[in-house]
Design a binder for this molecule. Structure first.
Ligand SMILES: CCCCC/C=C\C/C=C\C/C=C\C/C=C\CCCC(=O)SCCNC(=O)CCNC(=O)[C@H](O)C(C)(C)COP(=O)(O)OP(=O)(O)OC[C@H]1O[C@@H](n2cnc3c(N)ncnc32)[C@H](O)[C@@H]1OP(=O)(O)O
Length: 194
C-alpha cells in the first residue's frame, strides 16, 4: 500500500483544495503544458502524449496508450513509464488550481502488468494543500475507465514560481520557449491569475 511515507501525510493545518474560478470546465481538454514534454508534448515521438481533461472539483482524467517504445519486459510497459503517466496526470492538476508546482515526492504501487497497446485510464485529484505543498493521489485502470486498478500513486507537489524553470532549465530550450507565443500564453495563465 502506498501513501505511508511521512512526507505524504498532510499536516494538521492542511486545507481542502479549492478549484480556481477560471479553471477549465469539466470535460475540457487541458492540452500540453510544453510541446517538448515527454509526458504530454506532441513534439516527442516516443513520449507518452498523454491527454488530460479537467474533471469535477480539483480532479483530472487522462488516457495513455502503451506503445512498443514504452516496453520494459517483452510486450509489457516499463514501470518507469507508468510512473511517468501517473506523474504527468498529477502534474496536470496544476491547471485546476492555477498554481505551478513540481513533483517533490511520488510513491507508486504497481498492481497489475500492463501490456503494450493497453489504454491506461488515469484519474487524479488534489486531496489537501498546506502552504506550498500540494497533496494528491492518482489511479490508472485497464480494460476501461471502470476496469481494475493497475497502478496508483500518492504525491506531494511543491509550488514554485515560473522563475524555477527559467533559472534551472538549459538556456537553449528556455530561449526557444520564451520565443514561442503559445508557451508564453500558457505561462501567463498562471502568472496573471494568482
Ligand atoms: C519560459 C519557460 C517556462 C516553461 C514552463 C512551462 C510550463 C509551466 C506551467 C506549468 C507546468 C508545470 C509543471 C509541469 C507539470 C507536470 C510535469 C510532471 C511533474 C514533474 O515531473 S516536475 C519535475 C520533477 N521534479 C523536480 O524537478 C523537482 C526538483 N526539486 C526542487 O526543485 C526542489 O527540491 C523543490 C522546488 C521541490 C523544493 O525546494 P524549495 O527550496 O523551493 O523548497 P523547500 O525545500 O524549502 O520545501 C518547501 C516545502 O516543501 C516540502 N518538501 C520539499 N521537498 C519535499 C519532498 N520531496 N517531499 C515532501 N515534502 C517536500 C518541505 O519540507 C517544505 O515544507 P514546509 O514548508 O512545511 O517546511
Amino acid at each position: 500500500m502506498s501513501g505511508t511515507s511521512t512526507g505524504l501525510m498532510p499536516p494538521a493545518d492542511a486545507v481542502t483544495p479549492v478549484r480556481h474560478p477560471e479553471a477549465p470546465a469539466p470535460g475540457e481538454l487541458l492540452g500540453a503544458h510544453y510541446g517538448q514534454c515527454f509526458g504530454c508534448g506532441g513534439g516527442q515521438p516516443h513520449g507518452l502524449q498523454l491527454e488530460a481533461r479537467a474533471g469535477d472539483g480539483v480532479s483530472v482524467t487522462a488516457e495513455f496508450t502503451v506503445r512498443p517504445a514504452h516496453q520494459g519486459a517483452p510486450g509489457l510497459a516499463h514501470g518507469g513509464v507508468l510512473a511517468t503517466a501517473l506523474d504527468e496526470t498529477l502534474g496536470s492538476l496544476n491547471w485546476l488550481l492555477r498554481v505551478v508546482s513540481v513533483t517533490g515526492r511520488l510513491e507508486t504501487d504497481f498492481l497489475l502488468p500492463v501490456p503494450v497497446d493497453t489504454v491506461l485510464y488515469l484519474e487524479a485529484e488534489v486531496t489537501a494543500v498546506a502552504g506550498r505543498k500540494i497533496y494528491s493521489t492518482a489511479t490508472g485502470r485497464i480494460g476501461g475507465p471502470d476496469g481494475p486498478v493497475a497502478v496508483r500513486a500518492d504525491a506531494v507537489f511543491i509550488e514554485v514560481k515560473v522563475d524555477h524553470f527559467i533559472e534551472n532549465g538549459r538556456p537553449a530550450e528556455i530561449r526557444a520557449a520564451m520565443n514561442d507565443p503559445d508557451q508564453i500564453r500558457r505561462v501567463r495563465a498562471f502568472e496573471v491569475n494568482p
